[in-house]
Design a protein around this ligand. Structure first.
Ligand SMILES: Cc1cc2nc3c(=O)[nH]c(=O)nc-3n(C[C@H](O)[C@H](O)[C@H](O)COP(=O)(O)OP(=O)(O)OC[C@H]3O[C@@H](n4cnc5c(N)ncnc54)[C@H](O)[C@@H]3O)c2cc1C
Length: 475
């Protein structure tokens, strides 16, 4: 990195955060190049015909409440670059052994109607949160208003930093509302007895009502492609097939932003950091891994609870007790007999995903970090439990354990899809406690991945915020 810089900034890694960082830099007048190790861009937002020709599967992320609500993505003309969001009629279904399901519908009232004795409690809890979330839209259009329910919001904010199990038991009496809340909270990859698992229960429910849980038509890849296309229209450049192992390999530039996790950052640029920062990166903790199966099906999933067909996402795990037992087992380093499954069935609402009459299913469960245990049988059994006859519809499947995930994306350390454990401490102090988490002690070197606030998910906010910091140095 000596001599005259070729670019103002180079971004290492073309995941959603790397691309977001590059876009923000380019739209502020910087010359910027993105270098990506793999032959295709998108990182955790990639799609491919994994199983059979004509069946498009999402390699990583599938459902995008964060992406759709992201203030940064909403400020970009991504629809002009090929992005089309599909909203399934209902964001989420959560079936039970009774053959019925709790539904996260777009309205809190309709959702409550599926929750038996907790209808009223659910609405009372969610309505102020939803109203406030919608304020994000107003903010973007320039009419920033104070929250209408500031006290309710502050109280819910504090409560959300608690553990999900206690919250669910306090808020609800019935198994449907408790199970629905537990399923959303389990996205935290935390035991439900650990804070701030409740945050995910509140947040995902709120986003479902305020924005929906949509997905890009044609696959998550379309979101990455739209970001790259917009970047190129701004004069940015994208190069694939270039793995950066040492910061010296990076084309000459004034700033380098790394869309990588602390372990990789340490090995790529560790010698430029202070001892204290190096130690913090070494101590950074990764969370449980994901074990994923992609299915090509002969027909739709034959759900016992018919209403599951209206939802893009289905959570399988039944009651609060069962889900929390499964997540606690993973935290102890065990593999639950009945794992909590996150399942997406995009092809029901997007004809581009599979040949006519055929379908795809994306499903994963949590496993201990780096696990080599094969969960395929348990995942299939769990789907079959709520959809008898499912197995008979399988035409092909591709199994990805933690090692497979890490092979196609080195950011998925031990199968951790969130760029690091998201407990109370590390959710905010990512990669370490620092006034500015995006800068490093080495001038001009930044980290912009989901290992920085606000953490995992396809929303681009880590990249955007890192770029804003880099711009202060570049401008
Ligand atoms: C199975 C799975 C399911 C998920 N489901 C969802 C979901 O439904 N919704 C959601 O919002 N999120 C989901 N996620 C999480 C989401 O994909 C990630 O949080 C998000 O992609 C993080 O973005 P990022 O840009 O920080 O990193 P990544 O998307 O991981 O991108 C990092 C990029 O950097 C590249 N790279 C790494 N090291 C180097 C190097 N040395 N040189 C060059 N390039 C390098 C990688 O190849 C990759 O392309 C899921 C992830 C997985 C794996």
């Amino acid at each position: 990195m000596t001599g005259r810089p070729t670019y103002d900034a180079v971004v290492v890694g073309a995941g959603p955060n790397g691309l977001a960082a590059a876009v923000e830099l380019a739209r502020n007048g910087c010359s910027v190049a993105v270098v990506e190790a793999e032959s295709t861009i998108g990182g955790g937002a990639r799609s491919a015909e994994l199983t059979l020709p004509g069946y498009v599967h999402d390699l990583g992320s599938a459902i995008h409440p964060f992406g759709y609500a992201s203030p940064f993505f909403r400020s970009l003309p991504l629809e002009d670059h090929g992005l089309e969001w599909i909203h399934p009629p209902a964001p989420l279904a959560h079936p039970f052994d009774s053959g019925t399901a709790a539904m996260l519908e777009r309205s809190t009232e309709d959702t409550g109607a599926t929750l038996g004795p907790d209808a009223e409690a659910y609405r009372k809890m969610m309505d102020p949160l939803v109203e406030d979330a919608r304020r994000i839209e107003d903010t973007l259009t320039g009419s920033l208003r104070a929250p209408r329910h500031p006290i309710a919001l502050a109280t819910a904010g504090l409560r959300s930093l608690l553990a999900a199990r206690g919250r669910a038991e306090r808020l609800f009496v019935g198994e449907k509302a408790r199970g629905l809340f537990a399923g959303n909270a389990a996205h935290s990859f935390l035991p439900l007895e650990k804070p701030p698992s409740a945050l995910f229960g509140f947040l995902l429910g709120t986003l479902g009502h305020a924005f929906g849980w949509p997905f890009p038509k044609g696959g998550s890849q379309k979101l990455a492609d739209a970001l790259a296309s917009y970047l190129v229209s701004l004069g940015g450049e994208v190069y694939t097939g270039i793995r950066v192992d040492d910061v010296q390999q990076v084309p000459r530039s004034r700033a380098v932003l790394f869309d990588v996790t602390p372990r990789q950052l340490l090995s790529i640029a560790g010698e430029h950091f202070t001892e204290r920062y190096r130690r913090a990166l070494e101590r950074y903790r990764y969370g449980p891994g994901a074990f994923k199966v992609d299915f090509a099906l002969d027909g739709p999933v034959p759900w016992e609870a018919e209403e599951c067909r209206r939802a893009g996402t289905v959570h399988l795990g039944g009651t609060l007790d069962e889900i929390s037992a499964g997540e606690a087992a993973v935290a102890r380093g065990e593999h639950p007999e009945r794992p909590f499954i996150l399942l997406a069935q995009q092809s029901l609402f997007d004809q581009t995903r599979a040949p006519e009459g055929k379908h795809t299913v994306w499903a994963y469960c949590h496993v201990p970090n780096g696990s080599t245990f094969d969960m395929t049988e348990r995942i299939e059994a769990q789907i079959e439990r709520f959809a008898p006859g499912f197995r008979d519809r399988i035409l092909a499947k591709i199994v990805s354990g933690p090692a497979d995930l890490e092979r196609w994306n080195p950011n998925l350390v031990g199968g951790d899809i969130n760029g690091g454990y998201m407990d109370l401490k590390q959710l905010f102090a990512r990669p370490m406690l620092r006034i500015n988490p995006y800068s490093t002690p080495a001038g001009g070197l930044y980290i912009c991945s989901s290992s920085t606030p606000p953490g995992g998910g396809v929303h681009g906010m880590c990249g955007y915020l890192a770029a804003r910091v880099a711009l202060r140095y570049l401008q």
